[in-house]
Design a protein around this ligand. Structure first.
Ligand SMILES: [Zn+2]
Length: 153
């Protein structure tokens, strides 16, 4: 398990490869991720859409759910946590059951730290095209999405 100080070090001096680490459950709340001005809170409808995809009640997902504030430039869909979840499943990085366990907090807390490899691209859940969120990168506190039990930083 990564300690708080170790996470801060990795964010300040990013590793070569993007990787996911288990962390203590209170660590995500201590990180400055959600203070990023580029993250917005997901609304009820968006949370319900994610819950439907995970086949759980919306209340089972550990919030607060936050996501990078960006639209698909092809179909104008506003990107939410769901687009990242669908991309991870479609690419075979995770299966649905795994992500359900993680996002309901039943499998501890996790953080994915973007490496110098540039991280993982996201595809729009509306039109399946790759959405460019890279123009928003640059700050050490940069995050694309986070919940009560998972963050991508
Ligand atoms: Zn789209």
């Amino acid at each position: 398990m990564l300690k708080y100080e170790e996470v801060l070090e990795l964010l300040a001096d990013r590793p070569e490869a993007t990787r996911t680490y288990p962390v203590a459950s209170d660590l995500l709340r201590r990180l400055p991720l959600d203070t990023s001005p580029h993250l917005r809170a997901m609304d009820e409808g968006e949370t319900q859409e994610l819950a439907d995809h995970l086949e759980v009640p919306a209340a089972a997902i550990e919030g607060p759910l936050r996501v990078v504030d960006v639209k698909c430039s092809y179909c104008d869909r506003v990107i939410t946590f769901l687009d990242f979840v669908k991309t991870a499943i479609d690419d075979g990085q995770h299966d649905l059951a795994q992500l359900r366990e993680v996002l309901t907090g039943r499998n501890g807390a996790w953080i994915t730290i973007r490496g110098r490899d540039g991280g993982r691209p996201v595809r729009c859940a509306g039109c399946d095209r790759t959405v460019d969120v890279t123009r928003r990168k640059g700050g050490g506190e940069y995050s694309e999405y986070s919940s009560g039990s998972y963050a991508y930083a």
